[in-house]
Design a binder for this molecule. Sequence first.
Ligand code: GLV
Ligand code: MN
Ligand code: MN
Length: 401
Amino acid sequence: MQIDGARFLADLHKLRSFGAAGVGKGVVRPAYSAPDVTARGWLAKQMTEIGLRVEIDAMGNLFGLAEGPSILLGSHSDSQPEGGWLDGALGVIAALEVARAAKEAGGPAVSVVSFQDEEGRFGVTTGSAVWSGQLSLAEADVLEDHGGITLGDARQAMAAMVTGDAASDLFTGFIEMHIEQGPALDTSGDKIGVVTDIVGIRDMKITFEGEQNHAGTTPMHLRRDAFQAVSAFNTLLNDRLRNVVTPQTVWTIGHVSLHPNASSIVPGRAVFSMQWRDADTDRLARMEAIIRETAQEVAQAQGMALNYGTLLGLEPVAMDARLRSALEAGAEAVTPGKWRKMPSGALHDATNVARLLPVAMVFVPSIDGLSHTFAEDTAEDDLVAGVQVLAHAVGALGSGA
Ligand code: GLV
Ligand code: MN
Ligand code: MN
């Protein structure tokens, strides 16, 4: 099978044009936004043009299906609210190129997917979570984004495009190509990462409810300031987590919403996201207990009501040995001595798909380890090398992977 690097890069740049942010190569293409829906329409057309049968399910997951049993390749085409041009997009366009090259070569059969809302506007990888049965559509529909819009309402933006479900028994395995999104490959100088495992995640909203009041007249000792509660919680938590974490464990408060968010008002309410990730399920549970104890203690000390949103999460998963060794052989053929095995600290649709199919992942370097920022980028030679590794693996596995 012959990969056409120029054709692949042209398609990748075309996908970037949907939601291009005008800052570096960044994109703003969150799930169900106008650029996301238009991009999915364009992707569907590309799939049709290479002879794949398009199915779009109620969540907006977009499949291009080959005839008979096939290997499934792909990722997601939605972005973070400020996203890079490659996160997800790379895996979808690489899949399209490998499917096209495989058609031209007379096989093997390759299907393509772009899952919806991998970036978790509404939760954690919600499109593939619903497709794989991790989450029901009814459960997904009531999830809200930070602006209070439900997924059920947002997905109406794609209602006219829905055709039906793609059954997982059509596929013999799933391979997702992705940028690393961290510094390991950029630092080591390796060109390819073959993923061993994907970490687990927990994510929930926490609310401190105090008392809204005047910022000039309310004495400090009488305040019940919800921001002060968040601040105290964060400081205490960082200290307490140190006893249970490893250097690979991460936790983030990435979204804080203060009410009413005005300079002269003591904030009465703070709602914030609390997310933590680790490769060990027991450690994730120990962290949860510490988070809840600390929040409770701060709420009591500062006179706050405390509420938790739904705890969302995905378990750590190992990659399939057979698919993984096909990628390792591909990496050695395309970039001899310049690849490594590595875990993924980012989440991927592959985690959900692993409930149904053997899965594996291949990474290319992220320049300066940057991702989830407009500055995200990868050298074009590295992008093409990654597609060649993917094609090599698919050629070796055949449709019956
Ligand atoms: C996916 O983008 C993640 O948050 O790891
Ligand atoms: Mn991604
Ligand atoms: Mn991402």
